[in-house]
Design a protein around this ligand. Structure first.
Ligand code: NAD
Length: 464
């Protein structure tokens, strides 16, 4: 049976080859500016629709859904001309007479699949890179945030023709069908489990993929750390979006001499940043995720874990308060998975080498955080761990630094997003070599191999 999305794919493919492929940088910039204008003019609507999905407050929407997109657009608008210019590369001696350059051609018809946790940002961020690179796009937003998905569909319909950018909404069956199409690139953001399904489907067509996945992000606090500063930043980065952030600290490893004081500081910071009287904070997205988190909490307690602070739940509203957990080990259930909610386990250590050893036995994380005033410890951790991103004396904001590549490594992701790295992800870096016509140095080594040519080849192989 014919794929129901084939006609849309075919019309995008035709439009891409007939028009988009050679669109000028100015045309792409114009599209990005119209996207920015739409977002500016509809700020209130964006905030309202995201609020309807999981009661995310306006300030969080501005900071985590809108600002990163505006930054991404601004950077593309100012840099696209530079990024897209063919780049001349050096000519080795043996290739004398040739000229070589890298050209950036748009990959073609692309697919963006997004998760629910930053439902606007994680659809539109990659879209900005795709437009900048000159691709056409089918966007599949998450079905778990339907109001934002409708809003994105409305925005895209108002701004673009379907044959250039289209939105398809739907559940797993719909996505499975879309994934059968021979896209030129797939940009997926979501869990490692679904990332594997996407990569498998992509392999059928040998489609390239960017996989922005999740992970269990360690946060190390050594004996030199400023605990008040660390607590302020950790509480902010962890409980933003109610902990439903791919780069949120998943667990803390604190030096045993600092544990008691850190706990006090974390509690104080939770009281300041999230007072109990204030229930106007982002909810857990749905009852499935709420049950997953409360079950995890129950399992942790039944296996010896202790709630140090928080733990208040309200099933009716999918509300779970910022919660600190102690008395767990690396065997505890909560240490085994990406928590993706407002629960923060605290482990203690006496020996930094053992911490690094434990981290290196688990899958490579998307983010790793280090709180330390010791340059030696900072470098020791940087040199002996692997993660997609690392922030020192900070959490979470590395995502918003558009000059840095953003992405994971192995289980936490493949490929990099943001700024020039996002532009590359949607571009084919085509190698172009131009040779002279007529006499060239390389013709001197064409067969038949005389003794002179044999000597020359040996010389070229080792000396040039
Ligand atoms: P998910 O993997 O369940 O879903 C992501 C997308 O895939 C959704 O659009 C969904 O409809 C689709 N999908 C789900 N099951 C599918 C299947 N069987 N076949 C095809 N498509 C399918 O992820 P989620 O629950 O929406 O988001 C949470 C996860 O995303 C976490 O693991 C988090 O760490 C990760 N995440 C990563 C980043 C990043 O930038 N690296 C950002 C946000 C979230």
């Amino acid at each position: 049976m014919k794929n129901q999305f084939q006609p849309l794919f075919d019309s995008q493919n035709k439009h891409f080859h007939n028009e988009l492929k050679n669109s000028s940088i100015n045309e792409r910039i114009k599209k990005l500016k119209s996207l920015k204008n739409w977002i500016k003019q509809n700020e209130k609507l964006i905030c309202e629709e995201i609020y309807k999905d999981f009661e995310k407050g306006k300030e969080e929407v501005l900071l985590s859904e809108i600002k990163p997109i505006i930054d991404e657009i601004n950077q593309n608008v100012s840099q696209l001309g530079i990024w897209s210019k063919p780049k001349r590369v050096e000519t080795p001696l043996a290739f004398i007479g040739t000229k070589s350059e890298i050209r950036y051609e748009p990959k073609g018809v692309t697919l963006i699949i997004a998760p629910w946790n930053y439902p606007f940002n994680l659809c539109i961020g990659p879209l900005v890179s795709a437009i900048g690179a000159g691709c056409s796009v089918i966007i599949k937003p998450s079905e778990h945030t339907p109001n934002t998905a409708n809003l994105i569909e409305r925005m895209v319909t108002e701004l673009f023709d379907k044959k250039e950018i289209a939105v398809i909404q739907g559940n797993v069956e719909v996505t499975t069908e879309i994934l059968k199409l021979p896209f030129n690139h797939i940009f997926f953001t979501g869990s490692p489990q679904v990332g594997k399904i996407v990569m498998k489907a992509a392999s059928e067509n040998l489609t390239s993929v960017t996989l922005e996945l999740g992970g269990r992000n360690p946060t190390i606090i050594d004996e030199t750390a400023n605990l008040k500063d660390a607590a302020q930043k950790i509480v902010w980065g962890k409980f933003l979006n109610s902990g439903q952030t791919c780069i949120a600290p998943n667990y803390i490893y604190v030096h045993e001499n600092q544990a008691q004081k850190l706990t006090e500081q974390l509690i104080e910071q939770i009281k300041i940043q999230y007072p109990k009287s204030d229930r106007t904070r982002t909810k857990i997205v749905n009852s499935n995720h709420f049950s997953r988190l409360t079950d995890l909490l129950d399992k942790t307690i039944s296996t010896g874990g202790k709630i140090l602070y928080g733990g208040e739940k309200d099933e009716e509203f999918n509300f779970l308060s910022p919660t600190l957990i102690s008395d767990i080990t690396i065997e505890s259930p909560i240490f085994q998975e990406e928590i993706f909610g407002p629960i923060l386990p605290i482990l203690t250590y006496s020996n930094l080498e053992e911490v690094i050893d434990t981290i290196n036995k688990t899958e490579k994380p998307l983010a790793l955080y280090v709180f330390s005033k010791s340059r030696k410890n900072q470098n020791y951790i940087l040199d002996n761990t692997s993660s997609g991103t690392t922030a020192i004396n900070e959490t979470t904001i590395q995502f918003a630094q558009t000059h840095l590549p953003f992405g994971g490594v192995n289980n936490s992701g493949i490929g990099k997003a943001h700024g020039e790295f996002g532009f590359h992800e949607f571009s084919n870096l085509k190698s172009v070599l131009k040779q002279r016509v007529g006499l060239t140095t390389l013709k001197m080594i064409y067969p038949h191999y005389t003794n002179f040519k044999k000597k020359l080849i040996r010389f070229i192989s080792f000396r040039l």
